[in-house]
Ligand binder design. Structure first.
Ligand code: 6PG
Length: 244
């Protein structure tokens, strides 16, 4: 499902409504809501809305468990950290308990070990067998202007990972390690919401949504939930190059 909005504010408001709707359904169904947050800048306004008077009382935050779809290989105190962004905007204002937050432990020096640790974390929480994947109630994703999503970048080995939940990858174009959930994990989610805003995304959004399937070039094309729902929430600027 693709929904276009005039601007990021309207997009974020719809996303906040969806977040609460999916969250309350999950809590009703199995007593908790597991969500993997997106990093980058686009989700900031959604997170700010969730702590606002319009939304903060619409869900029982004690039953919400926060994970991260990806992370940069930096300290959790770094301004580059997706955890730090969420902690400042979301967790602190809502006084989310540490026991409800599962961040990538990037203080571990070796990125591979960070990914292995995160995999253990997720497996333990979801109580799954070695050959199973977790089923997140919701995974929020952004999309880069190169068509990457989470930290699944074009032409990287991480795109081909089909056994692990979490991997580390040296991303040459960034000259840095990135940590990311893998496609089998993402595609096992019950709900996936892409948040895409801005004219700098327009060209890649057209390629992802309207051209042939080449996920090695445009990784966001690889997000195809097996049994879940997929929502593309985009603003008019990002939709600029779409033909349909
Ligand atoms: C990250 C994100 C990444 C992000 C896109 C879009 O760690 O940066 O997870 O996948 O969603 O790069 O980023 P913006 O929202 O900043 O455009």
């Amino acid at each position: 499902m693709i929904k276009t909005f005039s601007n990021i504010e309207e997009l974020s408001n719809f996303a906040a409504e969806k977040f609460v709707e999916i969250g309350n359904q999950a809590i009703k169904k199995h007593g908790k809501f597991t969500v993997a947050l997106a990093g980058g800048s686009t989700p900031r306004s959604l997170y700010q809305l969730l702590v606002s008077d319009d939304f903060k009382d619409k869900i029982d935050w004690e039953k919400v468990f926060f994970f991260f779809g990806d992370e940069r290989d930096v300290s959790p105190a770094s301004n580059q950290s997706n955890f730090k962004m969420a902690n400042e905007i979301l967790f602190k204002p809502l006084e989310i308990q540490k026991t409800n937050i599962f961040r990538w432990q990037t203080e571990i020096i070796n990125a591979k070990e960070v990914a292995e640790q995160y995999e253990k974390y997720v497996r333990k929480f979801f109580k799954i067998e070695p050959n199973e994947f977790p089923k997140f109630d919701l995974i929020l994703l952004g999309m880069g202007d190169d068509g990457h999503t989470a930290s699944l970048f074009p032409h990287t080995k991480a795109l081909l990972e089909n056994g692990k939940i979490a991997v580390a990858e040296m991303v040459k174009k960034l000259n840095s390690n990135r940590l990311t959930l893998t496609f089998p994990t993402i595609n096992n989610a019950s709900n996936i919401i892409f948040l895409v805003s801005g004219e700098n995304k327009a060209k890649s959004l057209h390629k992802v949504l309207e051209t042939e399937f080449q996920p090695e070039k445009f990784p966001a094309q690889g997000v195809k939930p097996t049994n879940g729902k997929l929502f593309w929430l985009i603003d008019e600027a990002a939709a600029e190059c779409l033909t349909k």
